[in-house]
Write a protein that binds this ligand. Structure first.
Ligand code: NAD
Ligand code: IPM
Ligand code: MN
Length: 356
């Protein structure tokens, strides 16, 4: 079978983690007889440097005509002083919007082997953690009206948080469907004690819940949720939340899994899915062969599962990652004394070796 994948290496550590991920996918293709064809496209800072814009039209066209999109990371200090609409990050938002990817799945799983890397006490993590953060991805404050204006206090700027009933309904349904296939507990995270948009959000989630009587729904304010994630993360099964709150809570949840370098994501909702680690371009370690490629490698496992229905192949990648961790190989972000410290390339090579 042929699969066409648009590959966006992006900036910073993006190309480093993508390189290893593509090698993993190539090996899966070789073992199981699939043809993964890659079209590398420009987005982010490197696109600004080569074409003058963060998201060239050609990139969107190629993504739209592919079977799935794989992305490393975009952004970096070099482009930090550009106006908002010309920044590398615009590329990411533009692709999400263009492909209609409103549902962002960020599974935070603490592998048995990484209990040492989790900063929480053993009695808090118990026998492990498995949380799925479902983040709304094409609405809210990221996409609401924004601008600058003069006020009696001088120059001011604003970003509007806005959600329609329909936007909330579709992400809520998505989250309930996921919860139904897991432990059937959904925590809605909002700020309904203050924000009108959150009050609408919560009322729609409650309405959607009528179709899912088998799923237990509870509600939590975002400030409490941030605290509960480190106080008692085991209480969570699936969390559903807005674009902004999901961005923040998933970075926090990633640390509970040992490192942000471990957390993959799938962006779904349109015809084509996009898969990317939740971390950024990590300018502080870029080009040093230090980045953990596992989040991106696990993202491609999500691609095989969600876009191509290749469950067996997805599970083989996840098992290979666990095998390498079992052998005590670690990149710097998940390393503790006595383990074997390896770089990005070596981690990739070990995972490929473990696939066979
Ligand atoms: P970041 O996620 O890039 O880095 C935060 C910290 O985590 C850094 O210390 C970094 O070294 C570490 N880290 C991240 N990924 C790692 C990995 N795979 N292995 C080991 N360590 C890792 O966040 P930031 O520093 O806030 O952002 C840097 C740039 O990336 C910014 O321009 C930001 O806008 C962009 N960004 C892009 C994406 C994306 O493309 N999806 C996501 C987040 C941030
Ligand atoms: C993420 C990133 C992006 C976001 C940025 C780079 C636009 O932080 O994917 O988590 O905020 O969605
Ligand atoms: Mn983020």
């Amino acid at each position: 079978m042929n699969y066409n994948i648009a590959v966006i290496p992006g900036d910073g550590i993006g190309p480093e983690v993508i390189e290893q991920t593509v090698l993993v996918l190539d090996k899966i293709g070789e073992i199981y007889g699939h043809n993964f064809n890659y079209t590398e496209v420009l987005a982010g800072g490197c696109a600004i440097d080569k074409t003058g814009e963060p998201l060239p039209e050609k990139t969107v066209e190629i993504c739209k005509s592919s079977d799935a999109v794989l992305l490393g990371a975009v952004g970096g200090p070099k482009w930090d002083n550009l106006p908002g609409d010309q920044r590398p990050e615009r590329a990411l938002l533009g692709i999400r919007k263009a492909l209609g990817l409103y549902a962002n799945l960020r599974p935070a799983i603490l592998f048995e082997q990484l209990k040492d890397a989790c900063p929480l006490k053993p009695e808090i993590i118990g026998d492990g953690l498995d949380i799925c953060v479902v983040r709304e991805l094409t609405g809210g404050i990221y996409f609401g009206e924004k601008g600058r204006k003069d006020t009696p206090m001088g120059e001011a700027a604003y970003d509007v948080e806005i959600y329609s009933v329909e936007e909330v309904r579709r992400i809520a349904k998505h989250a309930f469907e996921i919860a139904r296939k897991r432990n059937k507990v959904l925590t809605n995270v909002d700020k309904a004690n203050v924000l009108e948009s959150s009050r609408l959000w919560r009322s729609v989630v409650i309405d959607v819940a009528k179709d899912y009587p088998d799923v237990t729904l509870n509600h939590m304010y975002v400030d409490n949720a941030a605290m509960q994630l480190v106080r008692n993360p085991k209480q969570f099964d699936v969390m559903v939340t807005t674009n902004m709150f999901g961005d923040i809570l998933s970075d926090e949840a990633s640390m509970v899994t040992g490192s942000i370098g471990m957390l993959p994501s799938a962006s779904l909702g349109g015809n084509i899915g996009m898969y990317e680690p939740i971390h950024g371009s990590a300018p502080d370690i870029a080009g040093e062969d230090k980045a953990n490629p596992i989040a991106t490698i696990l993202s491609v496992a999500m691609m095989l599962r969600h876009s191509f229905d290749l469950e067996k192949e997805a599970a083989i990648i996840e098992d290979a990652v666990k095998k390498v961790l079992d052998q005590n190989y670690r990149t710097g972000d998940i390393y503790s004394e006595g383990q074997k410290l390896v770089g990005t390339k070596e981690m990739g090579r070990l995972i490929i070796e473990a696939l066979c």
